[in-house]
Write a protein that binds this ligand. Structure first.
Ligand code: FRU
Length: 493
């Protein structure tokens, strides 16, 4: 039995958290000069939402993060809400000073008095380490109270910058264009469309390669709160094309993630290779009640994106970035095994964070899957229900859940088996599970087990076949980043 009284017991082992205090949306994701920047919504003074500022961390591999000082801080009058950063390589803004080129942040200023939201600009000449605000005036202000979350990208065919942002209450994405990031003109708009039971937040519009082909298509992603697949927040997307002015969807909206804890994802600007994003691993339904301290809120693992033709249209496929394999430590495998009404432990897999790859042939079994147990008897099930052809994450007995009535639930979603095989690629951290299926289905779920993950089991109700299971203990990403941070603090002191 573990009697863990450490208040930090839920601290993720391989997911990003702030050293302390509240975080929500990732902001300003940009790759520049060998560094991936992660800015994020942050309260630098407390473990609840408030005093919104941009926290900051950098990484060379998207796996290990070095914490940096707060980049943009709430000034008491205007809070720094979500937004994006671009590299202004050709100094279109005129704000550069030679090399290195300026990084330009466009973010929403949320005025405490009068509840106005407008878009502001800040720039950095030193690789994102320090930021200056551009004058005191917003660069885009339509006098609205719910106008926010600008995501900016360079659109080469039209030779200008494009911004997408939301009119949250109207369930609309607005597009603006600019030659210089300072002056913006209205282009097209999109919506209401798709899921509209809640307000719209944090849009992103980006081009994604189609698997096994030379082509690309555009994806528009918009978050919804409430009205998500399980009632709280959710993340929807459309595939279509962008003509330089407007986005045209090829079909209906679909959910990005069918768990309950994936929100506000945006893609890295200027990153090499396929588009990569991560989201805030949370749900506004209970985000403010999570039983963690001295930090609250974590990011998902970074995910690579591509599109796959499926049922006559393109679907978004997310997979964990390959670089995560550097975390793999001790490994165990279980070969071909028939599971007949059986609950079978996989010996040797225990620890704060695990990666599991399992291939099942569910055959005639009613259910089969994985069970993650802690040493206090808490358990999380990741199962496949054959009748419904659904994957489900059951966190009703996964640990602490009483902090919100909606938390202790079971979430499920349809999956298409490939030649009768279900493939589960699972990252289990101290307080989360992320389930990838090699198909468009991804499920992300927070869990709060009081103990340490002590046992992984495979199970079947009826007869199924486990083709293979491989599991790894994952090394912590935190130690490196905290050590680096204190080194950085030493040298600046
Ligand atoms: C989304 C969001 C954004 C806003 C920010 C405020 O989670 O509500 O729309 O900019 O968080 O923290």
């Amino acid at each position: 039995m573990t009697h863990n009284t450490d208040v930090d017991r839920y601290r993720p082992h391989v997911h990003f958290t702030a050293q302390q205090h509240w975080i929500n949306d990732p902001n300003g994701l940009v790759y520049f000069d060998g560094e991936y920047h992660l800015f994020y919504q942050h309260n630098p003074r407390g473990n609840d939402w408030g005093n919104m500022s941009w926290g900051h961390a950098v990484s060379r591999d998207l796996v290990h993060w070095e914490h940096l000082p707060v980049a943009l801080e709430d000034d008491g009058e205007v809070m720094i809400f979500s937004g994006s950063v671009v590299v202004d390589r050709h100094n279109t803004s005129g704000l550069g000073q030679g090399a290195p080129p300026p990084l330009i942040a466009l973010y929403t200023g949320h005025h405490r008095s009068g509840e106005r939201q407008a878009q502001y600009l800040a720039y950095s000449h030193d690789r994102g380490r320090t930021w200056q605000r551009h004058g005191s005036q917003p660069v885009l202000d339509i006098g609205a109270a719910d106008f926010r979350d600008p995501k900016v990208f360079w659109h080469a065919p039209s030779g200008r910058w494009v911004m997408v942002l939301v009119k949250a209450d109207e369930r609309k994405v607005l597009l603006y264009g600019s030659p210089n990031l300072r002056e913006w003109v209205a282009l097209g708009d999109f919506g209401p469309a798709g899921f509209t039971d809640g307000i719209w937040e944090v849009p992103d519009l980006f081009e994604v390669p189609v698997e096994n082909g030379q082509t690309t298509a555009w994806v528009l992603k918009v978050d919804l709160n409430p009205g998500g697949p399980w009632g709280g927040s959710g993340c929807q997307y459309w595939v279509g094309h962008f003509d330089g002015t407007s986005f045209h969807a090829d079909g209906d909206a679909r959910w990005v993630d069918r768990g309950n804890d994936f929100y506000a994802a945006i893609t890295w600007s200027d990153a090499p290779g396929r588009p990569v994003w991560l989201g805030w691993m949370n749900n506004w339904q209970y985000a403010k009640a999570l039983p963690t301290s001295p930090w609250r809120g974590a990011m998902t693992l970074p995910r690579e994106l591509h599109l796959r033709p499926e049922g006559g249209r393109l679907a978004l496929v997310q997979r964990p970035i390959p670089a995560l394999s550097v975390l793999r430590g001790h490994t165990e495998t279980l070969g071909d095994t028939e599971l007949s009404d059986l609950l079978l432990p996989v010996p040797g897999l225990a620890g704060p964070a695990l990666e599991l790859i399992a291939e099942f042939e569910p055959g005639g079994a009613r259910e089969c899957g994985l069970l993650i147990r802690d040493d206090n008897g808490n358990e999380t099930t990741i199962g496949f229900d054959s009748l419904r052809a659904e994957v489900c994450i059951d966190r009703t007995r996964s640990g602490e859940a009483g902090f919100h009535p909606a938390f202790g639930a079971r979430h499920s979603a349809a999956v298409a088996l490939h030649e009768g095989v279900l493939r589960l690629h699972v990252f289990v951290d101290r307080s989360s599970v992320e389930v990838f299926s090699g198909t468009p289905l991804v499920m992300t779920s927070l869990i709060f087990p009081s103990g340490v993950h002590s046992e992984v089991l495979v199970f079947a109700r009826g007869t199924a076949r486990l083709r293979l299971l491989q599991g790894w203990n994952l090394r912590s990403t935190a130690t490196g980043s905290l050590a680096q941070t204190s080194r950085a603090a030493d040298t600046t002191a």
